[in-house]
Design a protein around this ligand. Structure first.
Ligand code: HEC
Length: 113
């Protein structure tokens, strides 16, 4: 039964990300801990439901986040993630994910390993 297992692991990932969330507020690092719940620790999502953003061009990640924030790209999940980000946080997040190594496939490493 794949979907229930995926859901359970996803909740586990969310819970561990929330517990790890004890750094200084409003820093890019704290924002990344939220992102990692879905996109994996370094942007290499382990789930079919979430795109990999590791190694994506920084300019593309930034433009995607601005589009979600402005509602030009219509995805309720990502709109909720992006709407509170500042321009600087978007630049910092895009630089971080752009600097990661994108893995082709990693199906068994939940929570980004
Ligand atoms: C609750 C799960 C969740 C969280 C948390 C989350 N995302 Fe996403 N993200 C998604 C989903 C689902 C999509 C695909 C949406 C779509 O189809 O446009 C997505 C898409 C994206 C994309 C576009 C990828 C592409 O190839 O076009 C970027 C960039 C992105 N997210 C960055 C982030 C960043 C940065 C954060 C943290 C601030 C974050 N996300 C937090 C679920 C999430």
């Amino acid at each position: 039964m794949k979907p229930p297992l995926s859901a359970a692991l996803f909740l586990l990932c969310l819970a561990s990300a929330a517990m790890a969330d004890s750094g200084p507020s409003s820093s890019p690092l704290k924002a990344r801990q939220v992102c990692s719940a879905c996109h994996g620790k370094d942007g290499n999502s382990a789930s079919d439901q979430f795109p990999r953003i590791a190694g994506q061009r920084a300019a593309y990640v930034a433009s995607a986040l601005r589009a979600y924030r402005a509602g030009l790209r219509n995805d309720p999940t990502m709109r909720a993630q992006a709407e509170h980000l500042s321009d600087q946080e978007i630049v910092d997040l895009a630089a971080y994910y752009g600097a990661q190594t994108g893995l082709a496939t990693r199906r068994s490493a939940w929570c980004g390993g």
